[in-house]
Design a protein around this ligand. Structure first.
Ligand code: SF4
Ligand code: SF4
Length: 397
């Protein structure tokens, strides 16, 4: 049989998306491959039932090179017989909604002193609301679902929610405090999630000061259980007064543990932190710690936008906002995620030239930092003082 009689199909785990430009998204690998229009049209026909000869004929002469690259990367598979797969080059709005933070419960087994939610409660997202939200997110070309809380494992129907997710082609990241993840839970999670992000805020007692006695040991054990179950782990760390001497140690620890990414952030004075101000470092002292960390963050933007141009957050009651910090200013309901996203882009996403510091020399790299920190400092269009200190810019403070 000649190669022209093979049937190419997009490999499992890869999806085609039309965001600002066409991409293939590798769901388990969390990687976006940008395509030109020709390659996009070619991949659309990698449905396991269109013979390669017909596909090449329609895609043009350059297609052979594309095929070889995709085969080498494991993006397309060749079959001797037709093996149909569903190809859906979903078209996103622009800006594209790529990351959805879904707060499924405000129940929590801890009472962290910096929790932005304030007091834990007993609210849970109904499975019907969860499914409707996830389904719309996928239809809008979404890539990554970040399931958060509270502690998401405290949701009384957690298993039911995870079963719902199995029907969708989305990367699923669970944001957890890690303390409830024993080896059995980790094994169960491995069937559902692509990554678990565990919060670690110091190398022992400094973490416990923030999150409660014994929580560090339990969270670290949780990470080991996840790794033993084959689940990639990322770590999120908040900078505070009592962990500021531990960042080199954490860097070493997390590199040795082979975590996929380490996000370092400066907490905003909101929720419980307002009553625990002794943990807060001022912007000048906190800023240097942003040098730490590795890997990508969902808050990043593309184009000429301020933070979070591809992110939104859905609270436990289904209300939609920019991110968890803007929970008090919802723009709509997850029952109509498309309309809420339109409104969010209109009212909570700014072009860089609207900012008070639009003519700062590092604006394109900094993007004005975090809008919530800016709002707390001087106003929604003000500079973010943490970023000014991090970048060594003083003229706008
Ligand atoms: S306001 Fe701050 S926390 Fe919210 S998306 Fe922007 S950078 Fe992230
Ligand atoms: S460094 Fe400060 S002034 Fe410059 S863009 Fe960032 S927030 Fe604005």
């Amino acid at each position: 049989m000649s190669e022209s009689e093979f049937y190419p199909s997009l490999a499992p785990g890869f999806v085609l998306r039309r965001l600002e430009v066409p991409f293939i998204y590798d769901i388990p690998g969390d990687e976006l491959y940008e395509l030109d229009d020709e390659a996009y049209e070619f991949i659309k026909k990698c449905d396991g039932k269109t013979p390669i000869s017909k596909n090449i004929l329609e895609a043009g002469e350059d297609a052979q090179e594309v095929i070889e690259y995709m085969q080498n990367e494991g993006i397309i598979l060749m079959h001797e017989f037709a093996q149909p797969v569903e190809i859906n080059g979903l078209q996103s709005p622009v800006p594209s909604l790529r990351y959805l933070l879904l707060n499924i419960t405000n129940r929590c087994n801890l009472a962290c002193r910096h929790c932005y939610l304030g007091k834990a409660g007993h609210d849970e997202m109904e499975p019907g609301v969860f499914e409707k939200t996830v389904s719309q997110f996928e239809d809008m070309g979404g890539l990554k679902l970040m399931i958060s809380g509270g502690e998401p494992l405290m949701h009384s129907k957690f298993r039911e929610l995870m079963d719902i997710l199995s029907s969708y082609k989305l990367r699923t990241v669970l944001l957890s405090n890690g303390t409830l993840i024993d080896d059995i839970t980790a094994k169960k999670l491995s069937a559902y999630v692509h990554e678990v992000q565990v919060s670690i805020d110091g190398t022992g007692s400094s973490h416990d000061l923030l999150r409660g006695n014994g929580s560090y040991e339990k969270a670290m054990k949780g990470i080991i259980n996840l790794k033993n179950a084959g689940i990639p782990v990322s770590v999120a760390t908040m900078v505070h007064r009592y962990n500021k001497g531990e960042f080199d140690g954490m860097q070493k620890l997390f590199s040795n543990m082979d975590v996929v990414s380490w996000g370092v952030d400066i907490p905003c004075e909101a929720g419980n932190l307002s009553g625990n101000r002794e943990f807060i470092l001022d912007a000048r002292d906190a800023a240097p710690f942003l040098e730490y960390g590795f890997g990508e963050a969902a808050h990043e933007s593309t184009g000429n936008f301020t933070c979070g141009s591809h992110l939104c957050s859905v609270a436990v009651d289904g209300s939609v906002s920019r991110c968890g910090f803007f929970d008090e200013e919802p723009v709509g309901d997850a029952g109509d995620l498309g309309s809420a996203w339109d409104k969010l882009c209109k009212d909570y996403l700014w072009m860089l030239d609207r900012l008070d510091c639009a003519d700062c020399g590092v604006i394109n790299e900094c993007r004005g930092g975090c809008r919530f920190r800016a709002k707390l400092y001087r106003g929604i269009l003000a500079p973010d003082p943490v970023m000014c200190h991090a970048k060594g810019v003083s003229g706008y403070l």
